[in-house]
Design a binder for this molecule. Structure first.
Ligand code: KDG
Length: 309
C-alpha cells in the first residue's frame, strides 16, 4: 500500500457558529484541524496510508487530536505528547469583513506542536515512505519545526510542499527567503497566486510554472479558486474549473485538494481523474464548518462529479 508521512502541527479549531466579528460570537463549534493532519485525512479517505509526525500537549485537546486522527485512520505512532507545553488552538471568524471568507486567530505561540525538532523525525520511517509532505506553516511556526520539516524533506524519496503562507505567522520577506531555500528540495509544489506573488513575483499559471520548474519542481499544483486548479506534470498542463456552491467556511479546502490529488497520483490514477476528485473534495469542504469531516472517498467524489457535469 502507498504510504505518506506528513510533518506539521495539528490543532483544535473553534469555529464561530455565526458569521460576524469574533467579539460578537457566542457559540463555537470544536473541530480538529491543522494543514498536515487535514492532508493526511484526505490521503486516508482516498485509500493511502498516512502517518503524522507532530507534537501535542499532555492535555485534553492533545488527546482529542490523537483520538480524532486515529479515528480517521491516520497513524499517530509518531505523534509525541509534550509534558509541559499546551496543544495549540485557533478560532475561525467567518463572513466578516468579506462574506464567505474566513479568518484564523491563532493561540499557538509556545505550543507543543511548535517545539517539534529534528530529533522528533524518525529518518528510517521517512525513507520507507513513498512521499513526505509538509507546508509553509511548519516552516513558519519555529526554527526547530522548520529544521524538522527540512530533515524530513532531505531524507525523503519523494516530497510535496504546500506553500500555505500564513501572514500572521511570518512576514512576506521571511516567507520568501525561507521558501526560496526549501522549494529546491521538493518534487511536488502546491501553491496559489497570492503565495507565488510573495515568493517569485509571479501570478499567471504558466509564469508560475516556469519560475518554479527552474527551481527543480517537477509537478506544480496551482490553485486559483473558482477559476480553476492547474496542474503541470510530465510536460503536460491540466485544468479543472471550480464549482459554485454555498460557502460556509473555506478553511481546509486547499489541504483536501492537495491530499486528494497527491494520493490519487501516487495510486497511479490519471492526472485528470486525480484533479477532478481533488476539486470535488475541496468544493465539499467549503460547504461546511470543519476542515476535514466531509472529505469524500473516490466513490462519493464520482457521484459529485456526475451531478455537477
Ligand atoms: O489549511 C487549513 C489550516 O490553515 C488550518 O487547519 C489551520 O493549520 C492551520 C494553520 O496553521 O492555519
Amino acid at each position: 500500500m502507498v504510504k505518506i508521512v506528513a510533518i506539521g502541527e495539528p490543532m483544535i479549531e473553534l469555529n464561530a457558529m455565526t458569521v460576524g466579528k469574533l467579539r460578537d460570537v457566542t457559540y463555537f463549534e470544536k473541530h480538529v484541524a491543522g494543514a498536515e493532519l487535514n492532508f493526511c485525512i484526505a490521503a486516508k479517505v482516498n485509500g493511502v496510508d498516512c502517518s503524522l509526525i507532530a507534537k501535542v500537549g499532555d492535555d485534553e485537546f492533545g488527546y482529542n487530536v490523537i483520538e480524532y486522527a486515529r479515528g480517521k485512520g491516520v497513524d499517530t505512532s509518531m505523534v509525541k505528547v509534550d509534558p509541559k507545553l499546551p496543544t495549540a488552538v485557533f478560532f475561525i471568524q467567518r463572513g466578516y469583513p468579506v462574506p464567505m471568507r474566513s479568518i484564523s486567530f491563532y493561540y499557538r505561540k509556545g505550543s507543543a506542536g511548535s517545539s517539534l525538532s529534528p530529533s522528533d523525525i524518525d529518518v528510517s520511517k521517512i525513507r520507507e515512505a513513498d512521499l513526505v509532505h509538509t507546508t509553509g506553516i511548519t516552516l513558519a511556526i519555529s526554527d526547530s519545526a522548520k529544521e524538522a520539516a527540512m530533515e524530513g524533506l532531505r531524507n525523503s524519496r519523494k516530497s510535496s510542499l504546500d506553500t500555505n503562507i500564513r501572514l500572521k505567522l511570518w512576514s512576506p520577506e521571511k516567507a520568501r527567503e525561507t521558501l526560496l531555500k526549501v522549494i529546491p528540495e521538493v518534487d511536488i509544489l502546491v501553491t496559489d497566486p497570492d503565495d507565488a506573488r510573495i515568493i517569485g513575483n509571479v501570478s499567471e499559471p504558466d509564469e508560475a510554472f516556469s519560475f518554479f520548474s527552474k527551481m527543480g519542481v517537477s509537478t506544480l499544483v496551482y490553485k486559483t479558486g473558482i477559476e480553476g486548479t492547474y496542474v503541470y506534470h510530465e510536460g503536460e498542463k491540466f485544468v479543472q474549473r471550480g464549482y459554485h456552491v454555498q460557502v460556509e467556511d473555506p478553511t481546509g479546502a486547499g489541504d483536501s485538494l492537495s491530499g486528494t490529488f497527491i494520493s490519487l497520483l501516487l495510486k497511479r490514477k490519471s492526472v485528470d481523474y486525480a484533479l477532478s476528485h481533488a476539486v470535488a473534495s475541496a468544493t465539499l469542504v467549503v460547504t461546511t464548518r470543519g476542515d476535514n469531516e466531509i472529505i469524500p472517498d473516490e466513490e462519493s467524489a464520482e457521484k459529485f462529479l456526475k451531478e455537477f457535469k
